[in-house]
Design a protein around this ligand. Structure first.
Ligand code: AMP
Ligand code: GLY
Length: 423
């Protein structure tokens, strides 16, 4: 079988890596891929990002299955386009992807289907938004309605920050159309977790639980990022919480989408806030796997990823069972200097061979140019390892990190600390 993976991050490298372990998969193309996928002879990078050209490529190469990594092509309608050409693709339609591409759509959907989430209001004009902030007061959360490359959420701890965020989006139009509407919502407190499932429109297959680390610095300090590290499983998702998430969030979401005439196929990611009293609320939906959560999750997957996703794309997920490695997998992201505001690019990356078992260096913002591996994005690598405990997985990852060098590399030293405190 020939498979095409869309995207260029650590998530896509991990998806391709896992697919390459399937006996059914003969060739793996990645559009556009990165330096790491370029260097691996099992993969072929295709320098395309335009969805029409990607569809033409899939026809020409007779691709058997396409898997979409990031949200942008989903919001551009890549799944609808492929289906209109009878191409097999795994992901949500453009309408279903609104669960991620419009916060207003997602909040309205959650309210209509009684899915627990923070109280909110949506605004198009600054005056009403400012007035609402004056009534509700900080801490409060301001969200751009559309896709804003992970920068569209401002957790305002003061009224001034909240008012400034509204002006940034609704007056100065800094996010363009993505910020033409803002969602203002209640500030929630608790511990976050990531909960992902695979869905073929009817059958739901939950993936292993995980926890991301969104802040740049140790102890969850500093600015928000795309994610600086993750591990799986997340002990905060106890059996009781798991059941609650399935009953109160996942089933109502999939059933609600079907009822609304927009059946959901693809990866559904619910970002959770779990309160001290054991309540679970939905912070957000993503219509794709998380990055870097994918890296540890797929390292724990024992089943054949191709078989899961191929059957999901054909609407036959009910025939599939999924098996997990009981060990913990943990990933630490190495980011370039200046990330997230202003990442410095084009630094040479040196990686020594190492002999640490069950570990892998997934590439994200890397490029191979003139026989050199260079940084080409904010998040550069995700070093991932399996261990018999969180502590062991963590030690292995930091040992591998010692074999990697590039100028100004920054990474957190405490990934997994909540799980360690939980033990
Ligand atoms: P989102 O993209 O909506 O998940 O938001 C990004 C991050 O902002 C989340 O992972 C949380 O850390 C934080 N966040 C979002 N919504 C809220 C909320 N209502 N209360 C507190 N923090 C939030
Ligand atoms: N790591 C969070 C995300 O992928 O949205």
């Amino acid at each position: 079988m020939k498979v095409l993976v869309i995207g260029s991050g650590g998530r896509e490298h991990a998806i391709a890596w896992k697919l390459s372990q399937s006996s059914q998969v003969k060739s793996i193309f990645i559009a556009p891929g990165n330096g790491g996928t370029h260097l691996n002879p099992k993969f072929k990078n295709i320098n395309l990002t335009d969805i029409t050209l990607i569809a033409d490529f899939a026809i020409k190469e007779t691709i058997d299955l396409t898997i979409v990594g990031p949200e942008l092509p989903l919001s551009e309608g890549i799944v609808d386009l492929f289906r209109s050409k009878n191409l097999n693709i795994f992901g949500p339609s453009q309408r279903a992807a609104q669960l991620e591409s419009s916060k207003d759509f997602a909040k309205d959907f959650m309210y209509r289907h009684n899915i627990p989430t923070a109280k909110y209001k949506t605004f198009k004009t600054p005056d009403e938004a400012h007035q609402y902030i004056n009534e509700q007061r900080a801490p409060i959360v301001i969200k751009a309605d559309g896709l804003a490359s992970g920068k569209g959420v401002i957790v305002a701890m003061t009224d001034k920050e909240a008012h400034d965020a509204v002006d940034f989006m609704l007056v100065d139009n800094k996010f363009g159309d993505a910020g033409a509407k803002v969602v203002i919502e209640e500030f929630l407190q608790g511990e976050e977790a990531s909960f992902m499932v695979v869905c073929d429109g009817k059958t739901i297959l939950p993936l292993a639980t995980s926890q991301d680390h969104k802040r740049l610095l140790d102890q969850d300090m500093g600015p928000n990022t795309g994610g600086m590290g993750a591990y799986s499983p997340a002990p905060v998702v106890t059996k009781e919480i798991y059941t609650k998430v399935m009953d109160e969030i996942i089933y109502p979401t999939i059933n609600g989408m079907a009822k609304d005439g927009i059946p959901f196929t693809g990866f559904l990611y619910a970002g959770l806030m779990i309160t001290k009293s054991g309540e679970v609320k939905t912070l957000e939906y993503n219509c794709r796997m998380g990055d870097p959560e994918t890296q540890p999750i797929l390292m724990r997957l024992k089943s054949d990823l191709f078989e899961i996703l191929y059957n999901a794309a054909l609407g036959q997920l009910n025939s599939i069972k999924i098996e997990w490695d009981a060990r913990t997998a943990l990933a630490v992201v190495l980011a370039s200097a200046g990330y997230p505001e202003n990442p410095k690019l084009q630094d040479e990356i040196y990686i020594e061979d190492h002999l640490i078992s069950d570990s892998y260096i997934f590439h994200a913002g890397t490029i191979y140019k003139d026989n050199k591996l260079l940084t080409s994005g904010g998040r550069v690598l995700a070093v991932t390892a399996l261990g018999n405990s969180v502590k062991e997985a963590q030690s292995k990852v930091y040992e591998v990190i010692n074999t990697v060098k590039f100028n100004g590399a920054q990474y957190r030293k405490d990934i997994g600390y909540r799980a360690l405190n939980n033990n």
